[in-house]
Design a protein around this ligand. Sequence first.
Ligand code: FAD
Length: 195
Amino acid sequence: MSENLVQHLLQAFDGISRCIQTQLTRFILRSDQPPASAHKDSPLTSLSSHSVGVFHPEILQKQKTSGPTTKEDLGRATWTFLHTLAAQYPEKPTRQQKKDVKELMAILSRMYPCKECADHFREVLIATPVQAGSHEEFSHWLCHVHNVVNRSLGKLTFPCERVDARWGKLECEHRACDLQGSASMDVTDAAHYRR
Ligand code: FAD
């Protein structure tokens, strides 16, 4: 095969791939009209209250469509997960929930995919063991350890008395986003864990 022919083929593939990318982007942007309530929803609640896999244009614009995840992206996503978990953590957690949340933090301090961060977080956990006796205890403990990380990175600290205002529960119909084992499931859980 001559070099010219190879070049032509590569150009053709490049053209086709660009065309597919353009059409897909148009299709996603056009097919997803945000629901009437979307303007008051945060991106997180928008995502949670509608089907997974449907993107809103404003979310699409905020998210990178390609390229590697940075340490900062990963950190923000992980803190979002953790603070949302804390927001939904029950006033009266079951024994299993308290155990799970402590294990989760321990696992995070070993498996977090940034060694420097994981090593530091392990030290933070030793100095400040997880407090998960209630929603308030856990969300304030988490706010405190997040501030320890903030300080170590030279960032401003967050006023922990405002943590509930910053991080709300997910808004899902029929309590579909309740934490596993919460409220109505307590009785069953209690029976299960007595076994
Ligand atoms: P983030 O710190 O990611 O916070 C996200 C949002 O949370 C903020 O915009 C703010 O609204 C809110 N917030 C801030 N502080 C608090 C608080 N105390 N309580 C409640 N809400 C708050 N990066 C490193 O470079 N080195 C590390 O050693 C390191 N360790 C990490 C350990 C863990 C367990 C995690 C999850 C992340 C770690 N990171 C580390 C990442 C780092 O913490 C940040 O996530 C990243 O630098 C992006 O920071 P940000 O300023 O966008 O906001």
